[in-house]
Design a protein around this ligand. Structure first.
Ligand SMILES: C[S@@+](CC[C@H](N)C(=O)[O-])C[C@H]1O[C@@H](n2cnc3c(N)ncnc32)[C@H](O)[C@@H]1O
Length: 298
């Protein structure tokens, strides 16, 4: 299934791409937002993604838009090293999390609904979900599942993982999901979990840990100002309260030069959620970059 870009209209309403603008899309994915931005004006977009498969999809965009588009395979925490001070941007977009391509391709090992070897690495390198599940200590596993999944049964799940892997390594997504479901369900939790699979939080936690997702966001946002022209617009789309918390904390710490566009967040309409259920937890924030800072603005 193709990836349906989330909060597309709202993103364009904020970025308002103008002819000649230089726009940085830090999360290319399937290029949905990138294409819409390129179609909205005669602007230039540089897109980043850490996933080698995204790089293949970017070739098609390059063919259609030529010199108006470039792609760099990189982690967005490395943005400060990718551009010189003459390559600043007028707008930046972050659409966090994973794409439908990553979830739907069973062999990437992200989805508990599809049988595959445990993996979950966006960059296809480094430590995998298999390594975490089969080599980390019970305490480390419990901490990960609690911290990144906010799973109340983290300890019991970690205990069960250790017990199972002593018998045989936990090789696949469905193997792990079955172990987790067994422990994550209790009569008290049934109501809470009635709408989502009991394995959801544990899978999300392991994915966030494997890809170091929160540190990635924090580092990228901290490095961002170096790349921005004065008055640049920044859009973040978070799918999880933990991601959004990193954005909020950054905006608070950087409040002298990062100006929120509104006090409230933008969420998908009922219609968008109906058409694209994946959008239901999305939260969009818009900011301006004020290079002069509070002092010089007075
Ligand atoms: C939600 S998808 C973006 C979808 C895209 N906006 C579209 O319309 O197709 C998020 C993408 O960001 C990438 N990503 C996540 N964390 C990243 C990071 N730290 N550095 C670079 N890319 C990252 C993922 O690989 C994924 O392709």
């Amino acid at each position: 299934m193709a990836h349906i870009p989330v909060l597309m209209k709202e993103t364009l309403d904020i970025l308002k791409p103008q002819d000649g603008d230089r726009i940085l899309d830090c999360t290319f994915g399937g290029g949905g937002h990138t294409r819409a931005i390129l179609d909205a004006s005669n602007c230039y977009v540089c897109a980043i993604d850490r996933d080698p498969d995204a790089e293949k999809r970017a070739l098609a965009v390059k063919q259609s838009y030529g010199s108006r588009f470039d792609f760099i395979r990189a982690k967005f925490s490395d943005i400060a090293d990718l551009f010189t001070e003459w390559q600043k941007f007028d707008s930046v977009l972050f659409d966090f999390g994973i794409s439908s391509f990553q979830v739907d391709e069973a062999e990437r090992g992200f989805s508990f609904q599809k049988e595959a070897k445990l993996d979950m690495r966006m960059s296809k390198d480094g430590i995998s979900a298999y390594d975490v599940v089969n080599t980390f200590s019970e305490k480390e596993l419990a901490d990960i599942i609690w911290t990144y999944g906010e799973e109340p049964r983290a300890r019991q799940i970690a205990y069960e993982i250790i017990k199972s892997r002593k018998v045989t390594p936990i090789e696949t997504t469905t193997q792990l999901a079955d172990i987790v479901r067994e422990k994550a369900k209790s009569p008290a939790m049934i109501k809470k979990y009635s709408k989502i699979d009991a394995a959801t939080k544990t899978f999300q936690a392991i994915r966030m840990f494997v890809n170091d997702e929160l540190r990635e966001i924090k580092e990228a946002l901290e490095k961002l100002p170096k790349l921005l022209n004065n008055g640049a617009k920044i859009v973040t789309i978070s799918f999880h309260a933990l991601e959004d918390r990193v954005v909020k904390n950054w905006a608070k710490t950087a409040k002298h030069y990062i100006v929120p566009m509104s006090k409230s967040v933008i969420k998908p309409t009922t219609e968008e959620i109906f058409l694209n259920p994946r959008s239901r937890s999305a939260v969009l924030r818009g900011f301006w970059y004020n290079e002069l800072g509070d002092e010089k603005r007075k």
